[in-house]
Design a protein around this ligand. Structure first.
Ligand SMILES: O=C(O)CCC(=O)C(=O)O
Length: 216
């Protein structure tokens, strides 16, 4: 891995002008490493649609998800309780090593998303569990290049960036408190994309969130 040779450094200074921090570490895997991880993730993860309660109705996303954690966690999101899957995939451990080494941060869980094409995305949301002490979310992308957007909750100010195959970005500080983020849909013909968001969940059995981010 490239990260065996050097500690990745954020390419640029903070992408956000105020109220938070997003650091772009660039592409942290070689093309062949990224290809191999992408194939394994698509094959080995038990992908399933996300669900949310909308106006009292349970709806399923087109986007597919999985959530793995070191120890069992439960999480209420959009009115639906989710239970983490065990950390039983070698591919996740290998990728966590890459991300932990690059960011010098420990993570105890990973939320994965699989978007089959450009019509699938994730609407504007923030990740409330990341507020306070648990303020670092590392996001690693595979597959199609897609636009990731930030919008300030008060001013509406925007910052966008393209996320490429093998690219790592990290959201830190008060980003979740002050900024929404979204994985934008596109009418371009693009293939599948997988994202992994590594998080350090609180050391309690339950976390609650009211945000709705089904978005697809
Ligand atoms: O797929 C992505 O990069 C977006 C993931 C995301 O916004 C989230 O998990 O909160």
């Amino acid at each position: 891995m490239q990260t065996d040779l050097f500690l990745a450094q954020p390419e640029d200074l903070n992408l956000l002008p105020i109220d938070g921090a997003v650091h772009n570490y660039g592409v942290v895997l070689t093309a062949s490493e990224a290809d191999s991880f992408f194939a394994r993730l698509k094959r080995e993860i038990a992908w399933a649609p996300d669900t949310a309660m909308v106006n009292g109705e349970l709806i399923q996303s087109a986007r597919q998800v999985a959530w793995h954690a070191d120890s069992p966690l439960s999480y209420t999101h959009s009115g639906v309780q989710r239970q983490s899957l065990p950390w039983d995939k070698t591919v996740l451990s290998e990728l966590r090593n890459v991300v932990q080494r690059a960011t010098a941060t420990r993570f105890n869980s990973c939320v994965l998303n699989l978007y089959q094409n450009g019509s699938q995305g994730m609407g504007w949301h923030s990740d409330p569990e990341a507020q306070g002490l648990h303020d670092v979310i590392a996001s690693l992308s595979f597959g199609a290049t897609r636009k990731f957007a930030f919008k300030h909750k008060a001013s509406g100010e925007r910052r966008d960036l393209a996320l490429h195959h093998g690219q790592l970005i990290v959201m830190r500080g008060e980003t979740q408190k002050y900024w929404l983020h979204a994985l934008q849909r596109t009418s371009l013909e693009v293939g599948p994309r997988v994202s992994l968001t590594f998080r350090q969940f609180p050391d309690v059995s339950s976390v609650s969130s009211s945000a709705t981010a089904l978005g697809s």
